[in-house]
Design a protein. Structure first.
Length: 216
């Protein structure tokens, strides 16, 4: 009896693992396929849009070192604005506690690089990529934008936006190599599967709130 139960549990685990693997593989392939040709490395190839959606992250890594993802995103957002591809930058990130404020940190860095403060709009409730994308449309009234992040996240954000009926493209900031980059790319496999699940079940942002007009 005990041996039979063990075999049943092993079979259930094997089936679950196989289905999870199929979901991960499908999600990765779908996002790569549906964003091919709409996430760009070259500024000159990006169709102009009124708003660039800058996805937030921390200024520091867990060990206290400067976060290269943050630096590269700020550089990319600055270049996008200076090239005239977008007129405004909507910076969306996590401000879940008083002591942690991604949007304000990114804005400060953008202003240091010469982006006018009145051309930067902050979204303090971009807790996830899904939240940032949906809030861009439902709170800030923007459904045509250029996502600014590393390619892996830009692709996922553009995939979400286009599946939800928005006209999004992406600009790929410089990526990060080494252990930090490898760890992030490994997590991205699961993030892509979650994006597909979110779309399937109609997941909504944690917060929406009153409308905010950009550039009025």
């Amino acid at each position: 009896m005990f041996g039979r139960n063990v075999r049943r549990v092993a079979l259930v685990v094997a089936v679950f693992t196989g289905l999870a693997g199929l979901l991960v593989a499908y999600s990765a392939a779908a996002i790569a396929r549906e964003t091919k040709g709409v996430v760009f490395d070259d500024l000159k190839q990006i169709p102009p849009a009124r708003v660039g959606l800058v996805l937030g992250c921390s200024t520091r890594l867990a060990d206290g070192r400067p976060n290269p993802y943050f630096v590269h995103r700020v550089e990319a957002a600055t270049a996008l604005y200076e090239a005239g591809v977008v007129a405004y930058l909507l910076v969306s990130g996590d401000n879940g506690t008083r002591d942690y404020d991604e949007p304000t940190m990114i804005k400060a860095s953008l202003v240091e690089r010469g982006v006018p403060a009145d051309r930067i709009v902050l979204d303090y409730a971009g807790f996830r990529t899904l939240d940032s994308v949906v809030r861009a449309r439902d709170v800030f009234g923007v459904d045509d934008f250029v996502v600014v992040s590393q390619r892996f996240q830009s692709e996922r954000a553009v995939f979400l936006a286009r599946r939800l009926g928005m006209r999004a493209t992406g600009y790929a900031a410089n990526d990060v190599s080494g252990i930090a980059g490898a760890t992030t790319r490994a997590r991205e496999w699961l993030a892509r599967a979650r994006a597909v699940i979110d779309l399937s079940v109609g997941t909504q942002p944690r917060f929406l709130g009153p409308k905010v007009s950009i550039g009025s």
